[in-house]
Design a binder for this molecule. Structure first.
Ligand code: NAD
Length: 271
């Protein structure tokens, strides 16, 4: 990274990333490690998480289903036991639900809230307690989404969780600040990950939906996971020492544009 920073600008920092088996989380784990961090790859997918960790020098895998408070507490406890402290907690794990309010069931609502919002809270709160107890001036980053601010039809519960994460991020930034703990959110645009590919495949015309996502971003293409990860690495670095309580987008210009009408239809239906 430029600005006089060495390429090992996270040397020796302990970074825990949830949802790091695949997609954006895996890219964050790789980029943190390239910058010198000791990485804990965490995911509910044990095989995927172990494979991702095995490809990153010095990384370990710890399984955690972030929808369970006890799993989150155990993850933070095990990371501290293994490495002595946590410098960076990246609450990235998330699922998507392309469903209108008309069709969203109670069970679907509860599940996405538990993973995307409660999971972020439990991991971040427990990591911040560990940072505070150890006097670590740590960094917490949430992977939120432009859906926190602008949204579409057929994605109501997801948008609610992402807006909730941003509110939570601001509140945690205020309460972390007296202890030197910074809390921010990264907002990826439509990013080329397994999540987006699954979403495309479940639509009537996968290629058309991916093209629509790419065209909706003024850069005219999908964002790459590494482009999100480099923003997260900046937020975790000392170069961002004055940055807390804010969102940084890697969205290819998505939120700068007026997207007229009701936006993208995920299912092809409009009701
Ligand atoms: N891909 C995009 O276009 C995009 C855009 C904006 C925001 N995001 C957000 O980025 C984050 C990562 O998304 P992605 O695109 O890399 O998705 P992905 O599905 O490719 O990867 C998500 C990872 O989270 C894990 N996960 C799912 N449920 C979990 C649970 N209960 N506990 C622990 N891990 C769990 C999965 O196993 C997977 O490894 C999510 O929070 C998502 O909402 C993605």
């Amino acid at each position: 990274m430029g600005c006089g920073m060495s390429s090992r600008f996270l040397e020796g920092r302990v970074a825990v990333v949830t949802g790091a088996a695949h997609g954006i989380g895996a890219a964050c784990a790789r980029v943190y490690a390239e910058a010198g961090a000791v990485v804990v790859v965490s995911d509910v997918d044990a095989a995927g998480g172990a494979a991702t960790a095995a490809a990153i020098p010095g990384a370990r895998f710890l399984r955690c289903d972030v929808s369970k408070a006890a799993d989150c507490a155990a993850l933070i406890g095990q990371a501290v036991a293994a490495h002595g402290r946590i410098d960076i907690l990246h609450a990235n794990a998330g699922i998507e639900l392309c469903r209108s309010i008309w069709d969203t069931t109670d069970e679907e609502w509860d599940r996405i809230l538990a993973i995307n919002l409660s999971g972020s809270f439990w991991c971040a709160r427990d990591a911040m307690k560990a940072m505070r107890a150890a006097g670590t001036k740590g960094v917490v980053t949430l992977t939120a989404s432009p859906h926190a601010f602008v949204t579409s039809r057929e994605i109501a519960a997801y948008a609610a969780t992402k807006a909730g994460q941003v509110g939570l991020m601001r509140a945690m930034a205020l309460e972390g600040a007296p202890f030197g703990i910074r809390v921010n959110a990264v907002l990826p645009g439509a990013t080329d990950t397994p999540m987006l590919q699954r979403e495309a495949e479940s639509s009537g015309d996968p290629a058309a939906l991916l093209a629509t996502f790419a065209a909706a971003q003024p850069m005219g293409r999908l964002v790459r996971p590494e482009e999100v990860a480099r923003v997260a690495a900046f937020l975790a670095s000392d170069a961002a020492s004055g940055v807390t309580g804010t969102c940084v987008a890697a969205d290819g210009g998505l939120m700068a544009a007026i997207n007229a009408g009701a936006g993208i239809s995920y299912t092809g239906e409009t009701r």
